[in-house]
Design a protein around this ligand. Sequence first.
Ligand SMILES: Cc1cc2nc3c(=O)[nH]c(=O)nc-3n(C[C@H](O)[C@H](O)[C@H](O)COP(=O)(O)O)c2cc1C
Length: 371
Amino acid sequence: MINSTMEEEKKKVMPLFTPYNMGNFNLSHRIVLAPLTRTRSYNSVAQPHAALYYSQRTTKGGFLIGEASGVSDTAQGYPNTPGIWTREQVEAWKPIVEAVHEKGGIFFCQLWHAGRVSNYGYQPDGQPPISSTDKALQKEGSSTKYPPPRRLRTDEIPKVVNDFRMAAKNAIDAGFDGVEIHGANGYLLDQFLKDKVNDRDDEYGGSLENRCQFPLDVVKVVVDEIGADKVGVRLSPFADYCGCGDSNPQALAIYMAQSLSELGILYCHVIEPRMCTMFEKRDTNVSLMPMRKAFDGTFIVAGGYNKSEGNNVLDNDGADLVAYGRLFLANPDLPRRFELDAQLNKADKSTFYTSDPVVGYTDYPFLENAS
Ligand SMILES: Cc1cc2nc3c(=O)[nH]c(=O)nc-3n(C[C@H](O)[C@H](O)[C@H](O)COP(=O)(O)O)c2cc1C
């Protein structure tokens, strides 16, 4: 009796530790590993060291979203990011997924196409990268130069849609429990969604509905292939990363949330409007609440969360789950540290995107003497 009262008290102050059923998945807590590109997948193939990295961050009943994984040979835009379009890549993911499952985790694969955030070196035969547009990305303050992309012809779009379908099938073959379609952060799907980039005059450009058409086509085929109960989508309607901004983000957010709801997908995962860059917060009155209300499934928020903010957003019914990026990257045992109110390791930015299989990757310390 006393124990169960204490348990109830803990849940009241710690909504992050209230179990949650996300569709068929029984989650033991609400702390999600956000998708994190770690650039340690040599030749676009996930490596054995990723098994240790992900299993370190696995708890029984915990939900993990894998790093962005390319859906085709035109999808890549960074060094050493994994793919999920070849047999070799699928086989390489299997032991990594197994390591997560062995510890009772639920693991989704994030499906990604970088679109114009790429250059000739990552493309087959040194071709220009593909996009909704032929306007090059101008990235302020970045030494990386991006060439003008090639605007996809209308008749080529179904092939790219199909690449996502095949990649989703491959992810399930690799053992993943589901997929998250990466529609955020300025990559290909976002390049169609947002009117500051999408300058098409065919049925995939112009009106809000037309701009959402290609991303929604992708979601539909993936749902047909693996089932809506295994599909999540990540969006960042309020951000303008990689030059991808929109003149009416709230309308875009609501329209996408409603459309995804109609497709009955498992979850919608959204970057907080306060994240003015991928890593910096600003003050804003813009809330994700209207978007949450427009979506019937599980709602995941991400961006700048610490423990108390995570508890607050759940308490205020602003989300069902909270994804943690940098805190989870630096603290393999983040749920445990939150539970014990323990000190957190600091994330080392300088090793976010290096290629060492250990340093800045699997060498962040666990809490000592944790039983
Ligand atoms: C090293 C690093 C890699 C990232 N890679 C991805 C990625 O592959 N896919 C994605 O959707 N977001 C990616 N992000 C964004 C995170 O998922 C998250 O939205 C962001 O870090 C803000 O959350 P945080 O404040 O909890 O770190 C990355 C962030 C970091 C720090």
